[in-house]
Every structure is written in structure tokens, then in C-alpha cells.
Design a protein around this ligand. Structure first.
Ligand SMILES: C[C@@](CO)(OP(=O)(O)O)[C@H](O)COP(=O)(O)OP(=O)(O)OC[C@H]1O[C@@H](n2ccc(N)nc2=O)[C@H](O)[C@@H]1O
Ligand SMILES: Nc1ncnc2c1ncn2[C@@H]1O[C@H](COP(=O)(O)OP(=O)(O)O)[C@@H](O)[C@H]1O
Length: 282
């Protein structure tokens, strides 16, 4: 029996801003966003098998294992390399789905990085990021594991060093479909591109917020509550919102007041992700 390789982190991300700069001919949107990864997320455990099977337990409610980004990432690696090994993967899911925290994308990235090591495939970071991009726009930033400004449709990444504050993240208990927000007629689509936006926090905003607040009252309520405690924004296309605090204690004090109807957590923003730290200091 192989020894299982345990505790591979699949952290959440926040979009500290999300600016939409235009719409391309194919309907996708040109955007500029600042990703910061958190020290909080899902955890994966892997056991290598020699029969090429990929199994996942427990299954995520509402997602067939064949559609789960974890299983799809493992199969993509097998196809790309011809690897005949398999894996039994255990998932501890903590991140809400459809919340703009990128949990599914992060699970996929961790699977690519972990199995590349455990199957001894020796693919480099650029190759893993390119494989990740074919699974979803947010996978590459998790593969690379660094705070980054993204351009294009989110695929051009430039690593940055920024403040590492504490956040109180609230999940308002609704899923927001990314495609619904990008397809909305009222979406702001003409924010100018900024040079070095990471240096201009006063200009950070999320162009998706007005449409999500109009269409999802629970997100409006959560943001209205949080803004009493700290400067607050929505991440991605929602539904989660986050308040920014200088200290963990201030974030925890606000968390202690969180109304029962919402889930939340306190986490720190990282310039280097827990996955990157695990790979470099196993
Ligand atoms: C905009 C972000 C910011 O992090 O939103 P969140 O999903 O995190 O909330 C992501 O890049 C999203 O990435 P991801 O969730 O992988 O999006 P995809 O599955 O590629 O796209 C879902 C749908 O959103 C629209 N879409 C997505 C990205 C983009 N740049 N322009 C778009 O118009 C398209 O209609 C697409 O069919
Ligand atoms: N392992 C996974 N974890 C979460 N969602 C997954 C996973 N595999 C596939 N999905 C699908 O991806 C969608 C987006 O999930 P997620 O990345 O958590 O949210 P978001 O893109 O809003 O940040 C889910 O609604 C789900 O259908």
C-alpha cells in the first residue's frame, strides 16, 4: 500500500478589484483584476494507485465526479503525459461554491501541482498553468501561487507584491452565475485600463457589483452590514463580500458580530500561496 500524501492546500482567492474594459467579438470580456490568495481554503489528500483509476471522495453535492474539476484535472494530466498511474483523492471542502472565491479552480490547480509531483511527471510551471487555463480562467493564478494582476480575459498574469491585510469574508448564502452577470445589459464595460493598478488602491472597484446588488438582495444586505466595520468589496462576480482590516483582532471582532444567517471566515491575504509554500518547504 502506498503512503498517502496528505494536506495539500487549495486556498481561496479574492479579486481586490475587477475592472471590465470591453467586450470582444466572441462575447468574452476584456478585464483587469488583482488576485490575492488567502491562507484559508479546501484541503486535498492523495494516494497514488497503479491502475490509472481516478476516484474522489466524498463527492461534492450536486456535481458528478466526472464533472468535478479535481477529476478533470487528474485526467487531463494523464492524457497530456501518457501517465498510467492513478489516484484516490480525498477532499475536505470548506469554500462555498459560486461565491467568487475560486474554490473549484483552486482544487483543480492543487490537483495538477500535487499529481505532477506524486506521479513524478516533471512538468514545469508554465505547462501546468497552460493545462489549468483549459479548465478555467482562474486556474493559472492558483498554479503559480502569487498575488498577481491579470489582463486579457484574465489569462495574462503579472506577479505583484502588495499589502497582506486581514479579511473578513462573508458568504451570503446565494450562488451567482458568472455568465449571468457578464451577460447582463446593465454591466459597466468601459472602465479604462490602468497602468500599474496595484499601486493605485484608491481606484480599485468591482464593475460587477452594481448588477449583482440589483439582482441578488442578499449580497446587498451582506455588503451593507460589512461596510459598517471596514472598507468592503465583492469578490469576482460574487456572491462573497470581504472587509479589509489591518489586524486579525479587528477582523475577529467584526466576525463575532456576524448575523447567524451568513457564514464567514477570517483569513490573511498572502503574496505567496499556502500551496507554493508547501511545494517549496515540504
Ligand atoms: C471574472 C472572474 C474573476 O475571478 O469571476 P469569478 O468566477 O471568480 O467570480 C473569473 O475570471 C471568471 O472565471 P471562470 O469562472 O473560470 O469563468 P468561465 O467559466 O471561463 O466563464 C463563465 C462565463 O462568463 C463569461 N466570461 C468569463 C470571463 C471573461 N473574461 N469574460 C466573460 O464574458 C462568459 O460568458 C463565460 O461563458
Ligand atoms: N471541486 C469543485 N469545487 C467547487 N466547484 C466545482 C468543483 N468542480 C466543479 N465545480 C463547479 O464549478 C463552479 C464554480 O465553482 P467555484 O470555483 O467554487 O466558484 P467561483 O467560480 O464562483 O469562484 C461550481 O458551481 C461547480 O458547478
Amino acid at each position: 500500500m502506498p503512503t498517502p500524501s496528505r494536506n495539500w492546500p487549495a486556498p481561496a482567492k479574492l479579486n481586490l478589484f475587477l475592472h471590465i474594459n470591453g467586450r470582444r467579438g466572441d462575447g468574452y470580456h476584456e478585464l483587469q483584476t488583482l488576485f490575492q490568495i488567502l491562507d484559508y481554503g479546501d484541503t486535498l489528500h492523495f494516494s497514488v494507485t497503479d491502475d490509472a483509476e481516478v476516484s474522489l471522495l466524498p463527492a461534492v453535492e450536486g456535481i458528478a465526479n466526472e464533472d468535478n474539476l479535481i477529476v478533470r484535472a487528474a485526467r487531463l494530466l494523464q492524457r497530456h503525459t501518457g501517465c498510467t498511474l492513478g489516484a484516490t483523492i480525498e477532499l475536505e471542502k470548506r469554500l462555498p461554491m459560486g461565491g467568487g472565491l475560486g474554490g473549484g479552480s483552486s482544487d483543480a490547480a492543487t490537483t495538477l501541482v500535487a499529481l505532477n509531483a506524486l506521479w513524478k511527471l516533471n512538468l514545469d510551471e508554465d505547462t501546468l498553468a497552460a493545462l489549468g487555463l483549459s479548465l478555467g480562467a482562474d486556474v493559472p493564478v492558483f498554479v503559480r501561487g502569487r498575488a498577481a494582476v491579470a489582463d486579457g480575459v484574465g489569462e495574462k498574469l503579472r506577479p505583484v507584491e502588495i499589502d497582506e491585510p486581514w479579511y473578513l469574508v462573508i458568504a451570503p448564502g446565494v450562488e451567482v452565475a458568472t455568465a449571468e452577470i457578464f451577460g447582463h445589459p446593465n454591466l459597466i464595460r468601459n472602465t479604462p485600463k490602468l497602468a500599474q493598478p496595484e499601486l493605485r488602491p484608491s481606484q480599485w472597484h468591482n464593475d460587477c457589483t452594481p448588477v449583482v446588488l440589483q439582482t441578488h438582495g442578499q449580497v446587498a444586505n451582506a455588503l451593507g452590514w460589512l461596510i459598517q466595520y471596514a472598507p468592503s468589496q465583492m469578490t469576482g462576480t460574487g456572491s462573497c463580500v470581504f472587509g479589509t482590516f489591518s489586524t486579525r483582532e479587528e477582523a475577529l471582532n467584526a466576525y463575532a458580530e456576524l448575523p447567524n444567517e451568513w457564514q464567514g471566515f477570517v483569513a490573511r491575504g498572502c503574496n505567496r500561496s499556502p500551496l507554493l509554500e508547501r511545494c517549496q518547504h515540504p
